[in-house]
Design a protein around this ligand. Structure first.
Ligand code: RAM
Length: 887
């Protein structure tokens, strides 16, 4: 998005209610989300933004009221909670403090804020609703069928027909005041009431370790309820009856057969209520149109099997079987832990090429989602859709070698009728699709629906310019944004296309930080952190893939480090300390395990992945075999251990755990000494790779007097040996850009980032990439491990763009951007203009600087109720309050 567009978009954001002083309140949140439904958190936290065009606006006090009805909220009656006036400048993560909240309730709330400018101002009322709050409040049972049915296959390419459940009920106690369904269907469910699909979520519920946590969703269905009603639920295997069965069973997890639990609560104006629960009175049928849905292989839809009206009240289900009560999945039911996935973009192809009844459609960019087609196929005729990221040489066929065993195909079998159709329980990672079996593509009306977690990215943007026009960075950041979206699937996954799509921890250690500048990823990471805690074994080990659909428990440190890093990110970027507080003991157990099972005199000897995916010596290789390109794994894991000890020392201090802080400090010192004794030799670390020198520099491990030499060695390697190109893999790249800028070599970082020759992100762009590759040599390497849509090589590029080029970062002492540090790197001569805006919890922070002759002009916006430290080009530092400034 262009910066001018960003400013325009923001100018039109309506505030709630403005006072005479020009102050208004907006974006009221509960647990970081606007008007969420089905929140199970016992002590939810409130947040609001203060909107004001004035300068130096600070909150002096707040008063929150929580009401049982909208009327009460409108009349300022806080019958649930009235915090009374609290003298405080806190406007985020303010905890609810009153009697326990009731399950299945809708609450209304508003806040009165007094600032230093003018009268106190009320927000408009906002709301949230609770889920069932605790497992005891769930009624009914899990239903399903714990066996295969004819046609289902439990082999490497698993096949299972979608299972449908239905139940009729009367709502016969007068006018319905509210109807709410709380539902979980494993692996995935879709729900219909009286024939209408409930909500627009897809691939619900979000995936978890179902033996520990089962996510459920809550929907307000008041408007769908009539006198006589039917509920229909379709269940697909998802991750529960996993994509692969009876294959590599020592590693791959599968949980069982699809199952359903739902409570539909109908409340009447009279005060009475009915609860419709899942039990053995429900009816069951598996002969419908979706003959299988498998995340890797795709979906088969046989239109001849469509059952008209199956989710309507008039339907005769006498031929359907009775549902069985089945064993519970084991996990605790938890409400709406993160917003579900949905379709965030619908796009038409940019090009179509036809070869008889075979057509190749091109959407211009890589992405993850599905096609929606209007189709008319004769009864029994088949339309096949295959998906791929690339075309094979000659451009007339798909290139599918890098999908490995994933069939990534959608099948449609016609019934002679015209239908608008999309596969429902799978997704594909693709730029191109091949549609076979229709005469003319114009007739079948193709749309690509991109799918990802619902996330706010409004008002975020980054743009950089050189004298000649746009910087290469703009294309790279656009690729990053597409890639990040593609790989948000209720958990951050590594790739969306091949037979993997796994939540690999190491891809997100620094990634989660960069992604927070692109969109509001708070809920997703808070959820994933809980997944990682769920997945931790009693011996402290954490699987490199969590939820552990692939069980990769070992003593490696770098991948599980995503847990502390993500907790730290949520505190730093959003000011939310709860994830770290709740994870502290898990991280401690993990580090205790390292200390017990992978520790030798301060060093951490075992490292599983090394500096994964460095640019190899030959274009065909996936992994380098050249020792000179690789970094000693002992140095990597020991440096990470040091860094994590320091991190835990800091949080132990914050939590008042002085003995822990002491222990972590001692451990850090021991490792520091061991690393320097072992690896620091002749002014460089180990064999002098970029990563070897970089980690000790970035982590503050280099002894006094040596820093200059090590930094020189780092720069020399990049310039003289690598011709200003990257030579790091997944580990080194997470630190490289910020460290170069911190050393005053932002110019070199910029050259590296923007070069269009191999290897680098700019090279990917020059080769036509529209996302980020898994490998620096993604255009030439062996397809066995060569995804075109991975995010791990982004490293610290995004934080560097925002924090060093635009110069927007949170002050670590006042996290969540309560205090902003504005410090662009003006020294990069090639840059003539940089503009960025970041959606912080307090409001949008903007920084735009440009050159005018030899001078620099700089415009910044600082949200109300925050302050900023401004580092001007001449080196002076100024403290400012909120408002718009031009320097
Ligand atoms: C691959 C994936 C993933 C990475 C692991 C180590 O299978 O690409 O992203 O984290 O390897």
């Amino acid at each position: 998005m262009k910066f001018t567009n960003i400013i325009m978009a923001l100018a039109f954001m309506p505030p709630c209610a403005a006072s005479a002083s020009g102050v208004s309140l907006s974006r009221l949140t509960v647990e970081g989300r606007v008007a969420p439904v089905g929140i199970d958190v016992a002590v939810p936290r409130f947040g609001w933004q203060i909107v004001s065009s004035g300068r130096n606006v600070r909150q002096e006090s707040y008063r929150i009221i929580v009401s049982s009805s909208e009327d009460n909220a409108r009349s300022m009656v806080g019958d649930v909670w009235d915090s009374r006036t609290v003298a405080s400048d806190s406007s985020q993560w303010v905890a609810y403090k009153a009697a326990p909240l009731q399950p299945n309730r809708k609450y209304y709330w508003r806040v009165l804020v007094k600032t230093n400018v003018g009268d106190a101002v009320w927000s408009e009322p906002s709301s949230w609703s609770t889920g069932l709050m605790s497992p005891e409040n769930w009624r009914g049972q899990w239903i399903g069928l714990d066996s295969l049915l004819p046609g289902d296959v439990a082999e490497r390419h698993s096949r299972m027909a979608v299972r449908c459940f239905r139940k009729e009920f009367r709502a016969g106690k007068g006018a319905v005041s509210r109807a709410t369904i709380h539902i979980s269907g494993l692996g995935n469910y879709a729900i219909y009431i009286n024939g209408r699909r409930v909500g627009t979520d897809v691939l619900t519920p979000v995936p978890t370790d179902y033996t520990k946590t089962v996510a459920y969703d809550t929907y307000d269905v008041t408007s769908l309820i009539a006198g006589r009603n039917a509920v229909g639920v379709a269940l697909a295997p998802g991750h529960y009856f996993a994509q692969t069965q009876n294959y590599q069973t020592n590693v791959r997890t599968t949980y069982g057969y699809p199952k359903l639990r739902a409570n539909l609560i109908v409340e009447y104006a009279s005060g009475q209520a009915d609860t419709i629960v899942t039990d053995s009175t429900w009816r069951f049928f598996a002969g419908g149109p979706i003959r299988y849905a498998n995340e890797y292989d795709g979906e088969l839809f046989d239109a001849r099997r469509c059952v008209a009206g199956w989710a309507e009240a008039s339907f005769d289900d006498s031929s359907w079987a009775r549902a069985r009560v089945v064993a519970a999945p084991g996990g605790v039911l938890r409400g709406n832990v993160t917003p579900a996935m949905s379709v965030y973009s619908s796009e038409r192809p940019v090009a179509v090429r036809s070869y008889g009844r075979r057509h190749i459609v091109d959407f211009g960019t890589n992405g993850a989602g599905r096609l929606r087609l209007t189709l008319r196929a004769a009864a029994g005729d088949t339309v096949r859709i295959r998906h791929a990221e690339l075309l094979a040489p000659g451009d007339s066929a798909l290139y599918v070698a890098n999908l490995r065993s994933a069939e990534a195909t959608a099948w449609y079998v016609g019934d002679g009728r015209s239908r608008r159709w999309a596969p429902e329980f799978t997704y594909y990672g693709f730029r191109y699709a091949e549609i076979t079996g229709v005469d003319d593509i114009g007739e079948c009306d193709v749309v690509r629906e991109l799918i990802a977690d619902r996330m706010d990215d409004e008002g975020t943007g980054f743009a950089a310019y050189e004298a000649g026009g746009e910087s290469m960075l703009n294309a790279i950041v656009a690729n990053a944004r597409r890639g990040v979206r593609s790989n948000y699937k209720g958990m951050p996954v590594d790739c969306p296309q091949r037979d993997e799509r796994m939540p690999w921890l190491g891809d997100r250690t620094t990634g989660c930080l960069g992604e927070s500048y692109l969109m509001d990823n708070h809920s997703l990471y808070a959820k994933w952190i809980a997944d990682i805690r769920d997945g931790q074994r009693a011996d402290g080990r954490i699987s490199d893939v969590t939820p552990a659909y692939w069980r990769l428990y070992n003593t490696n440190i770098t991948w599980p480090a995503a847990l502390p890093f993500a907790c730290d990110m949520l505190y730093r970027q959003y000011g939310d300390l709860r994830p770290m507080r709740e994870s502290y003991m898990s991280i401690k157990r993990f580090l205790d395990m390292i200390r017990r099972d992978n520790y030798d005199g301060g060093l951490v000897p075992y490292d599983r992945y090394g500096d994964w995916c460095v640019p190899p010596e030959s274009p065909k290789l996936v992994h380098s075999k050249d020792p000179a390109r690789k970094t000693d794994g002992r140095l990597i894991s020991s440096a990470y251990y040091y860094y994590l000890c320091r991190l835990m020392q800091r949080y132990a201090g914050l939590f008042g755990l002085d003995a822990d802080a002491e222990t972590y400090s001692r451990d850090a010192e021991t490792t520091l000494k061991a690393v320097n004794d072992t690896f620091l030799c002749r002014g460089r670390y180990s064999n002098g790779t970029v990563t070897a020198n970089l980690l000790p520099l970035a982590m503050g491990m280099v002894p006094e007097g040596y820093a200059r030499g090590v930094a020189d060695s780092l720069v020399n390697t990049i310039v003289a040996k690598n011709g200003k190109h990257v030579s790091a893999g997944v580990i080194g790249i997470q630190w490289l850009m910020r460290q170069l800028s911190a050393m005053g070599r932002g110019d070199l970082a910029y050259d590296l980032a923007t070069t269009d020759t191999y290897p680098g992100w700019g090279y990917m762009v020059s080769r036509g990439a529209t996302t980020i590759w898994e490998l620096w040599n993604g255009d030439t390497a062996n397809p066995s491990m060569n995804s075109g849509n991975h995010v791990m090589l982004l490293g610290d590029l995004l934080p560097w763009c925002y924090e060093h080029l635009a110069g927007i970062s949170p002050d670590p002492a006042c996290p969540g951007f309560k205090r902003v540090v504005l410090k662009p790197d003006f020294s990069i001569r090639r840059l003539t203009r940089v503009a960025a805006s970041h959606r912080s919890p307090y409001g949008t922070i903007r920084s735009e600087w440009w050159r005018e002759g030899s001078a620099v002009r700089w415009a910044v916006s600082v949200p109300a109720n925050t302050t900023a430290e401004v580092h001007l080009p001449d080196g002076t530092v100024r403290q400012i309050g909120s408002g718009d400034y031009v320097f």
